[in-house]
Design a protein around this ligand. Structure first.
Ligand code: SF4
Ligand code: SF4
Ligand code: SF4
Length: 187
């Protein structure tokens, strides 16, 4: 009888210790996941716009930490942050090249190299939107806000002194037609 009691006590102790160890390991795993998610979330912009396809930065961070999403889905964060996210989650195969192209429509406008311009005025007469200013025999200039990039002036200029340049990105040519936002579960 005493022997049986001893056996039961030993078994109970072993089970208790095992339970404690498992519970500790599970807490450790939770903490590890939490910290990965937190580190990811700290890199995200926090504007909860949903363009990544998840209902907010937190949901995307969780999906990334769980390896259920690619690291290049947050367009507002930009390519550099996306690369850092890729390193964090061990996925460096994603592509990052077209971030700005998707957010901003490229704006190419005409630019006149004043030093070569003879001021003949042919470009000014040809421009359909009156984007070129200048007086005869003086260097002409293009107003980039008006230019629609039609190339007519370039094809007309006898001095070959007009080229197309790309404008810096700004909100005036933000691509409002960016693909529609699809909300899906972050879990
Ligand atoms: S795209 Fe997603 S992760 Fe990026 S800011 Fe918007 S909601 Fe947050
Ligand atoms: S590209 Fe077209 S719109 Fe722009 S300045 Fe030249 S002619 Fe005008
Ligand atoms: S056509 Fe060429 S050379 Fe003539 S005014 Fe325009 S830019 Fe200058």
């Amino acid at each position: 009888m005493i022997l049986e009691l001893k056996f039961i006590l030993i078994l109970a102790s072993v089970l208790l210790v095992l339970g404690l160890i498992l519970s500790y390991l599970s807490t450790l795993a939770d903490k590890k996941e939490d910290s990965a998610e937190k580190r990811i979330e700290m890199l995200l912009p926090g504007i909860n716009c949903g363009q990544c396809g998840f209902p907010g930065c937190n949901a995307y961070a969780k999906a990334l930490a769980d390896k259920k999403a690619a690291p290049n889905l947050c367009r507002p964060a930009g390519a550099e942050v996306a690369k850092q996210l890729g390193v964090l989650v061990g996925d460096t195969n994603a592509t990052y090249g077209d971030y700005e192209e998707q957010l901003f429509s490229p704006r190419m406008v005409a630019y006149i190299h004043e030093n070569s311009c003879t001021g003949c005025g042919k470009c000014k007469r040809k421009c359909p939107v009156d984007a070129i200013a200048g007086v005869l025999k003086d260097a002409h200039m293009v107003d980039p806000d008006l230019c629609i990039g039609c190339d007519d002036c370039i094809n007309t200029c006898p001095e070959n002194c007009i080229e197309k340049i790309r404008l810096d990105h700004d909100l005036s040519h933000f691509n409002w037609n960016i693909h529609s936002v699809q909300i899906k579960s972050g879990s």
